[in-house]
Write a protein that binds this ligand. Structure first.
Ligand code: RUB
Length: 309
């Protein structure tokens, strides 16, 4: 029996190759692949069905190391199956479908709520700087534009994979005046910026935020220039393992992304993310409002107690 079904294998490949990027899109793709797997399963008993789900979950977790939103989602869905009294595989697949639907619906509502809250921070004629491509940030900017706010956006290129181009194109499609800069020009432009908005891949129990490599440098620069720096993120990017002292694992990607055919003896390091300390974050704009990074664990206990189970 092949334990890794086609939809899961396809999602794993697409996530690894960054054809699907951004924590939210990665989580959505992973959830949908598990949902399709469940609908097409050829297993005939609960034990095999669970084995198939767990094997798929492990492969999806390994596709990108720094993605707690995906991990929280898949754990929730598989726990529902595990804890159910149900033995019939078709009905267990229905549980997967319902749990996925609920998670995706909640994610959509969170994103809407974040956009409503965050767009209030955008004053007319302001300049927003963003790094990388975060769908949560671009949703927020879309909402501000829809509300008739006039603002400009500066996008960093985001070496080495240039996700800044995705953001720049989305901004232009929205009719927002957009300037594209290389990452190392961030300080040069920071005095023209009214606020920085970045996404998150992970939030630790201490309130530190892990996002695309370079984010912590932008935060330091913003701090030095006294420019407010906000993280725009769904709360479920919180990593519960950090409560027990674990470090969030930082994915390290292929050196080829930086320099193809580089001299053999050259050491090239390519971490995908870095950690921005809570002291440099003015606030986390999340579905529960504008919160201080210091309060993250308490907010999580109140809003999503199941992540600690
Ligand atoms: C993307 C990135 C994004 C976060 C948040 O990195 O760092 O800022 O994932 O995105 P990569 P979203 O391109 O390597 O996945 O708000 O869409 O979840």
């Amino acid at each position: 029996m092949n334990l890794l079904s086609d939809p899961v294998q396809t999602a794993v490949k697409q996530i690894r190759r960054l054809e699907i990027q951004g924590a939210r899109n990665v989580a959505i793709a992973a959830i949908k692949s598990i949902e399709t797997l469940a609908a097409r399963t050829e297993t005939s008993n609960k034990k095999d069905f669970l084995r198939e789900l767990i094997k798929s979950k492990d492969a999806l977790f390994a596709s990108r190391a720094t993605e707690p939103l995906m991990r929280n989602a898949l754990r929730l869905i598989i726990n529902r199956v595990d804890k159910s009294e149900e033995k019939n595989v078709n009905r267990l697949a229905e549980i997967v479908y319902q749990a996925s639907k609920q998670f995706l619906g909640d994610l959509e509502n969170s994103s809407k709520r974040i956009a409503e809250i965050g767009s209030r921070r955008i004053r007319s004629n302001s300049v927003v700087l963003t790094h990388c491509h975060s769908s949560t940030v671009t949703n927020l900017l879309n909402r501000a534009k829809y509300e008739g706010k006039v603002f400009k956006v500066i996008c960093t290129e985001t070496r080495p994979v240039l996700q800044g181009q995705i953001t720049a194109k989305e901004m232009l499609d929205m009719g927002v005046e957009t300037t594209f800069i290389i990452d190392s020009a961030a300080r040069f432009f920071m005095n023209d910026v009214d606020l920085v908005l970045v996404g998150a891949d992970a939030i630790t129990s201490e309130g530190n935020v892990i996002n695309k490599i370079g984010t912590s440098m932008v935060a330091l620069i913003a701090h030095e220039a006294r420019t407010p720096f906000y993280v725009v993120s769904e709360l479920l990017k919180f990593d519960p393992a950090t409560v027990s002292g674990d470090y969030e694992k930082i994915e390290e990607r292929s050196p080829n992304e930086i320099w193809k055919n580089a001299p053999k003896e050259l050491i090239i390091r390519n971490p995908a993310f870095d950690v921005t300390r809570r002291d440099f974050i003015h606030g986390i704009i999340c579905e529960d409002g504008m919160i201080s990074p210091h309060s993250i664990t308490e907010v999580m206990h109140r809003k999503y107690p199941w992540v600690f189970e």
